[in-house]
Design a protein around this ligand. Structure first.
Ligand code: NAD
Length: 368
């Protein structure tokens, strides 16, 4: 690849800048090793943007995100901004970026690195080798459906209302993302809803079935009710390849799956928009953890989720599978032999800092 790609880095607050600094070192390694050329821009978001500009993300930053080929985000928020007005809280910057980029498919890979199988809340034999992908619809469903609100009834009591709503087009676009991913994996998609009790779930099931028949006959499609899926994830998570589901069930099932892997500091995510005519798509990459104010500034945050988010970016936005796989393999080797940051440390083993974890990943990459 010789064309120049634009990459916007938004480190944010708390541990965001600390872990982003390590991802940048890995990015430098990628640039030095390949013909890839990135134009890397950096900007403020969250509390840092509130301090500088009075808003959690400026129009100029949103314009840069839309123009970029991909966005690598850190994390936002912290006690310093807890009392700012709700509309300009740090998280509002993140929500606006997702909305304006029109990214709708949230990809949460849950991969258990061999060396961390003991850190899971499940028995190691149930999670060793686990590699599943949850695709969650992110900008529809009950979190956005109308009508919504709290109303006062004639008798003076109140009623809270939210509406689960999905259209054929919304289901198809997230379904295509799941089927396309499955084609690069084990070619199995499990579609999750509650078709037994919800009409929106019935439509979801019908649309997924039609999409598979019409466009993805080579991918196996199964259906599962969301409650059973939660049970199966705790009982035998390795049965799954790609899970696709709506916003609400995806929120819950992806957090459950995150715990199977043992640590928040290890988990990357990607959120993708619609495929454009030139083959590109808007894309936003971020670790699933927050700004961890309790450890910010101490130099002990685990940078691996941020580094693995960069690997996803290289794979899905820049089609650089070899570089992505090298980074993931380097992380696997680091976990097996180097020291660990305190969040994933084992008793009796050396604890290392954020920068030393970055050093260890770069040393492994240099050896490839
Ligand atoms: P959190 O993810 O920041 O932290 C939860 C716990 O996990 C803390 O004990 C923290 O120290 C630990 N942790 C998280 N990431 C870690 C890492 N990389 N290495 C080592 N330990 C790590 O969640 P929280 O405490 O609920 O929220 C803190 C702040 O972050 C809040 O302001 C919240 O709104 C914000 N937040 C932001 C995002 C985001 O930017 N996407 C996501 C979640 C929370």
């Amino acid at each position: 690849m010789t064309t120049t790609k634009t990459l916007l880095l938004l480190p944010g607050d708390g541990i965001g800048p600390e872990v982003m600094a390590q991802a940048k070192r890995v990015l430098d390694w990628v640039q030095a090793r390949s013909e890839a050329r990135f134009e890397v821009i950096e900007d403020l978001v969250g509390g840092a943007a509130i301090d500088a500009h009075g808003v959690p993300v400026t129009d100029a930053t949103v314009a840069k995100a839309i123009a970029a080929d991909a966005v690598l985000f850190g994390s936002v928020g912290g006690p310093k901004w807890d009392s700012v007005p709700f509309e300009i809280r740090p998280e509002a910057g993140l929500l606006r970026l997702r909305k304006d980029l029109a990214v709708f498919a949230n990809l949460r890979p849950a991969k258990v690195f061999d060396a961390l199988a003991e850190a899971s809340s499940l028995k190691p034999e149930l999670v060793r080798g686990l590699d599943i992908m949850i695709v969650r619809e992110l900008i529809g469903g009950i979190y956005f459906g109308e009508p919504r609100g709290i109303e006062t009834l004639p008798d003076g009591s109140q009623r809270g209302v939210n509406t689960e709503v999905y259209t054929t087009a919304e289901i198809q676009r997230v379904g295509r993302v799941a089927f396309d991913l499955a084609r690069k994996r084990q070619k199995r998609v499990c579609s999750v809803e509650k078709a037994n009790v919800m009409e929106s779930g019935l439509l979801w099931r019908q649309v997924m079935t039609g999409l598979q028949k019409a466009e993805y006959p080579d991918v196996q499609l199964t259906h599962m009710y969301a409650d059973n899926c939660a049970m199966q994830l705790a009982k035998n998570p390795k049965q799954f390849d790609v899970i696709v589901t709506g916003n609400l069930f995806g929120d819950i099932l992806s957090d459950l799956t995150a715990m199977l892997t043992g640590s928040l500091g290890m988990l990357p995510s990607a959120t993708l928009g619609a495929l454009k005519a030139d083959g590109s798509r808007p894309a936003f990459y971020e670790p699933i953890h927050g700004s961890a104010p309790d450890i910010a500034g101490k130099g002990v945050a685990n940078p691996l989720a941020q580094i693995l988010s960069l690997a996803l970016l290289l794979r899905y936005s820049f089609d650089m599978e070899a570089a992505a796989a090298s980074i993931e393999a380097a992380v696997e080797r680091v976990l097996a032999k180097a020291g660990r940051t305190p969040d994933i440390a084992e008793p009796g083993r050396a604890q290392i800092s954020t920068t030393q974890m970055g050093d260890a990943v770069l040393a492994e990459l240099a050896a490839t």
